[in-house]
Design a protein around this ligand. Structure first.
Ligand code: NAD
Length: 319
């Protein structure tokens, strides 16, 4: 029986942001309904970065993503984040596919943040700020542009080259280079820098803003002034992951922020168990650490598409 092997290019050919948004949103509904299974990520730290093992099962799908995060990699011509996913038949355990998950990670992270913004940002949000113009920035842009009518998109990166490369990649969208303060002052802000410094200040955030805090996804990482969290409606993807590795992890460890202050998780909001934005003036924060259900939902989408065409390579891997 064949196992499909999908490399990065083949995965990219199969990925479509609007479809990714649909299946990721459904995965959160399945999570809220108790129809999925997802143990916490296992972290393995090494000198220059870390690895994470991320298993999950959803209705009709199961899989494991093995992902690395090495912040010095761009200097060596490699992406910071790289991943491979094994996609299995949950009935038999058979490995139906092995696929590059580097692009799956970027797409599902962008999709999840945009879905969070759909429920938490003001519906009439018109400006998007992107802080950190690396790999994740491209899919954050694509996903938010699917769901919002954006009039201006401000880009800030420590590296002006990175900001300009991003701007030139989206000629159809209203992108401009801006200062950190101007970018942080947008209606929706995506914080995408791999930092250990809370460099985004409370006074720059405008009333009614929504922030997707994405860059902090491991112990010790943070981007936001903790005063932002203290004043905001904070929604997490998973409370265990967020408190140990997400934007809130450092403030929680220092005793500045308590998990009891979290408003809810994204599955509760998407499923309607808790309302999303209630107040036009409130600042909302989505603390994203990345969930295995997102990856497996996208892997199922890609496997079903690839298997239906019959043109992708396979090997007799197990039997
Ligand atoms: N939450 C999630 O699900 C999730 C998923 C994937 C990646 N991430 C995290 O997102 C972050 C970005 O990932 P990536 O793949 O885009 O990395 P990347 O290395 O491709 O890009 C990071 C960019 O941030 C810029 N940067 C660094 N410090 C900055 C600062 N202080 N201000 C502004 N810009 C700064 C860099 O110049 C670079 O362009 C990483 O921390 C990664 O671990 C989170």
């Amino acid at each position: 029986m064949p196992t499909l092997i999908l490399n990065k290019k083949q995965v990219l050919d199969l990925l479509k942001m609007s479809e990714v948004i649909t299946v990721v949103e459904q995965a959160f509904r399945d999570l809220a309904a108790g129809n999925s299974s997802m143990p916490p990520k296992a972290y393995l730290s090494v000198e220059k970065g870390d690895f994470r093992a991320m298993p999950a099962a959803l209705p009709g799908a199961a899989g494991l993503k093995w992902v690395s995060v090495h912040p010095d990699n761009p200097a060596h011509g490699l992406p910071t984040v790289m991943a491979v996913l094994i996609y299995n038949d949950p009935q038999t355990g058979f490995p139906l596919a092995i696929m590059d998950a580097t692009e799956i990670t970027a797409y599902r992270t962008g999709a999840t943040a945009a879905i969070a913004a759909k429920y938490l940002a003001r519906e009439d949000s018109q400006t998007l700020g992107i802080i950190g113009a690396g790999r994740q920035a491209y899919t954050q842009l694509e996903a938010h542009a699917e769901l919002f009518d954006l009039k201006t998109i401000k880009i800030y990166d420590l590296s002006p080259e990175a900001a300009r490369k991003l701007i030139s990649s989206f000629p159809r969208l209203p992108l401009i280079e801006a200062s950190l303060q101007e970018t942080a002052g947008c209606d929706i802000v995506c914080a995408l820098a791999p930092t250990r410094e809370p460099f985004i200040k409370r006074e720059w955030i405008v009333p009614g803003a929504h922030i997707n805090a994405v860059g902090a996804d491991a112990k010790g990482k943070e981007e936001l002034d903790p005063a932002i969290l203290k004043n905001a409606v904070v929604v997490v993807d998973d409370v265990r992951q967020a408190s140990s590795a997400g934007e809130i992890n450092v403030p929680v460890a220092k005793g500045i922020y308590s998990v009891n202050e979290i408003y809810g998780n994204l599955a509760e909001i998407i499923s309607g168990k808790k309302p999303g934005r209630k107040d036009r003036q409130a600042i909302t924060v989505f603390d994203s650490t990345g969930l295995a259900i997102e990856d497996v939902a996208v892997a199922k989408l890609l496997y079903d598409k690839a298997a239906a065409t019959g043109v992708y390579p396979s090997v007799d891997f197990v039997v």
